[in-house]
Design a protein around this ligand. Structure first.
Ligand code: UT7
Length: 323
C-alpha cells in the first residue's frame, strides 16, 4: 500500500499582548507610517513573561488536534520548527510532547529560521509516507521578541511572537485521492549567513544573542529566490503556479509578497496575508496564515495551496499541498 500525508487539521495561537507601531515609535526612532509603508505591519504580538515557545506551540497544537478530531494518544511524531527554543536542550518538541501528554513516538526540532516550517513539513511527510509514523504534529512556534535588540529600529519593528500547527496523517494514497502533501523544494546557501543571523549562541558566545540583518540585501534576494522555488515546486508536481487556488507566503514583508505575486503573475486576492496584525513570526508565520485562511472559509478541502518562505541561512523553499 502506498501512503501519503494528509492535512487533517490546523491551529493557531497568538499571545495576548499587542505591540503597535505607535508603541514602537515611543521606544526607537521610527513611525507608524514608515513601518506600514515599508513592511505592511501595523501591530504584532509579544509573549508574556514566563510564556515560552513551548506554551505557544502547545496551544496551537491543541487547536489543530481538535480541528482534526484527534487526541494526543493518536500522535506519534512531533516536529517543532523554531529558532527560539525554550532551552538549549532538550528540543522544544520534547517539552511540547510532555505538555500535551503524548507518551509515544518521536519528537525533534528543526532549525531553518523563517523557512523552518517548510523544512519541518517536508521532513514529517517523509516519515509518514515511508510508513515509519502514522500521525504527526508539525508546529512552527517562535518567541522572537526574546532575541530582538529593542534599540535596533531596523529589526525590532519587524518581528512578532506566535505559533501555528498542522496535524498530518498517513493515509492510503488511493483512498486519499488528490488530497495531501504533494512535494517540496528546499534550499540553503550558507555563503549568505552574514545577511541575517543572531550574534550569539551556545558555542560561539555562551549567550542567546540578538538578530542582525542587512535588510535591504535580504530583500533583494527574496523575490527572485522565492519565485524560483515556487515555480520549481509547481513544475516538479506537473502543475503551473497559475493552477493554485491559494498562495500562503511567509509573512516577512508585504512588499516582498506583492513582488512575488507580480513576478509570477498571480492575483493579490489569492494571497493569505496576516502580516498587518502579526508581523514576521518566523517559522510560525505559514501555519498561522494557513489557519487564518481555513478559519475564515477561504481555504476549502480540495484546494491547491502553495507555501513559500525565505530566512536566515539563507534558507528558502516552497511546498505544495491539496487541502
Ligand atoms: O523573514 C526573514 C527574511 N527577512 C526579510 O525578508 C526582510 C527583508 N527586508 C525587508 O523587509 C526590508 O529591507 C526592511 C523592511 C527591513 C527595510 O526596508 P528597506 O526599504 O530595505 O529600507 P533600508 O534598510 O534600505 O533603509 C532605508 C532607510 C535607512 O535610512 P537612510 O540610511 O536611508 O537614512 C534606514 O536607516 O530607513 C531607515 N530605517 C528606518 N527608519 C524608520 C530602517 N529601519 C527604520 C525604522 N524606522 N524602523
Amino acid at each position: 500500500m502506498s501512503l501519503k500525508s494528509v492535512l487533517r487539521g490546523c491551529g493557531a495561537y497568538l499571545p495576548d499582548k499587542i505591540l503597535t507601531n505607535d508603541d514602537l515609535a515611543r521606544m526607537v526612532d521610527t513611525s507608524d507610517e514608515w513601518i506600514r509603508e515599508r513592511t505592511g505591519i501595523r501591530e504584532r504580538r509579544v509573549a508574556a513573561e514566563g510564556e515560552n515557545t513551548s506554551d505557544l506551540a502547545v496551544k496551537a497544537a491543541s487547536e489543530a488536534l481538535r480541528a482534526a478530531d484527534l487526541t494526543p494518544a493518536d500522535v506519534d511524531l512531533i516536529v517543532v520548527a523554531t529558532t527560539t527554543p525554550d532551552l538549549t536542550f532538550p528540543a522544544t518538541a520534547a517539552i511540547v510532547q510532555a505538555k500535551l501528554g503524548v507518551e509515544q513516538g518521536a519528537a525533534f526540532d528543526i532549525q531553518a529560521v523563517c523557512t523552518g516550517f517548510i523544512y519541518a513539513l517536508s521532513a514529517a511527510d517523509k516519515f509518514l509516507a515511508s510508513g515509519q509514523n502514522r500521525c504527526a504534529l508539525v508546529i512552527g512556534a517562535e518567541t522572537f521578541s526574546r532575541i530582538l535588540d529593542w534599540e535596533d529600529r531596523s529589526t525590532c519593528v519587524l518581528f512578532g511572537d506566535g505559533a501555528g500547527a498542522f496535524v498530518l496523517e498517513a493515509q492510503d494514497a488511493d483512498a486519499a485521492g488528490e488530497r495531501g502533501f504533494i512535494n517540496s523544494y528546499l534550499r540553503c546557501d550558507g555563503r549568505l549567513v552574514d545577511l541575517l543571523y543572531v550574534d550569539g549562541g551556545v558555542s560561539a558566545t555562551g549567550s542567546a544573542g540578538y538578530v542582525r540583518m542587512q535588510g535591504n540585501k535580504v530583500f533583494r534576494e527574496a523575490v527572485i529566490r522565492i519565485s524560483q522555488a515556487m515555480e520549481r515546486v509547481a513544475a516538479d508536481a506537473g502543475v503551473s503556479v497559475h493552477d493554485i487556488d491559494w498562495f500562503v507566503p511567509h509573512q516577512a514583508n508585504e512588499r516582498i509578497i506583492h513582488g512575488v505575486v507580480k513576478k509570477l503573475d498571480l492575483r493579490v486576492d489569492q494571497v493569505i496575508s496576516t502580516i498587518a496584525g502579526q508581523g514576521n513570526t518566523s517559522a510560525a508565520s505559514i501555519p498561522l496564515a494557513y489557519s487564518a485562511g481555513v478559519a475564515d472559509g477561504r481555504i476549502k478541502q480540495g484546494d491547491l495551496v502553495l507555501l513559500e518562505a525565505m530566512g536566515g541561512g539563507l534558507t528558502w523553499g516552497a511546498a505544495l499541498l491539496r487541502a
